[in-house]
Design a protein around this ligand. Structure first.
Ligand code: ATP
Length: 135
């Protein structure tokens, strides 16, 4: 039996990760869950947050937002609206996005705008978090 599983993280723009890994921690909509090789089939929506994986004795962090994870045939496929490896996150951009979202929330616009700003804020905060973990 193989001791790894294949991890694929894909966005509409690019393949972010495609490699065999030992373990994946996935930010599911109902909380984090772990995926080891030969996991049972599974489908889960993703939260905005940190997906991490272990391979060759190292842990890597990837920001993911808006999508789902599927496990089948010893492969974990993550389809996300956006995903970036921790080291490729632009910290200044995330900081600026955070400040923009905070300003919008403080301005108390209509509900729908507040919801969008809330989600933008979550993405920015999680990007900053994942970038700090990747250092
Ligand atoms: P911004 O307001 O800065 O665009 P956002 O949260 O609205 O942030 P998304 O809609 O999640 O951005 O992503 C749009 C594209 O920009 C995606 O390809 C995503 O990977 C990329 N992206 C967004 N923010 C960053 C960042 N801080 N570092 C690297 N790539 C980023």
């Amino acid at each position: 039996m193989e001791s790894t599983l294949q991890l694929e993280i894909v966005t509409p723009d690019k393949v972010v990760v495609s490699q065999p890994v030992d373990y994946v921690g996935v930010p599911g909509i109902e909380g984090e869950f772990g995926v080891l090789p030969h996991h049972v089939p599974l489908l889960s929506a993703l939260a905005i947050g940190d997906l991490y994986f272990r391979a060759d004795g190292k842990t890597e962090h990837v920001f993911v937002s808006g999508g789902f994870a599927e496990v089948s045939d010893n492969k974990l496929t993550v389809l996300a609206e956006s995903a970036e490896r921790g080291e490729s996150i632009d910290v200044a951009r995330a900081q600026a996005a955070k400040e923009r979202a905070e300003a919008r929330l403080a301005a108390q616009q209509a509900d729908i705008d507040a919801m969008r700003a809330q989600l933008a804020l979550q993405r920015a905060v999680e990007r900053l978090h994942v970038a700090s973990l990747a250092q």
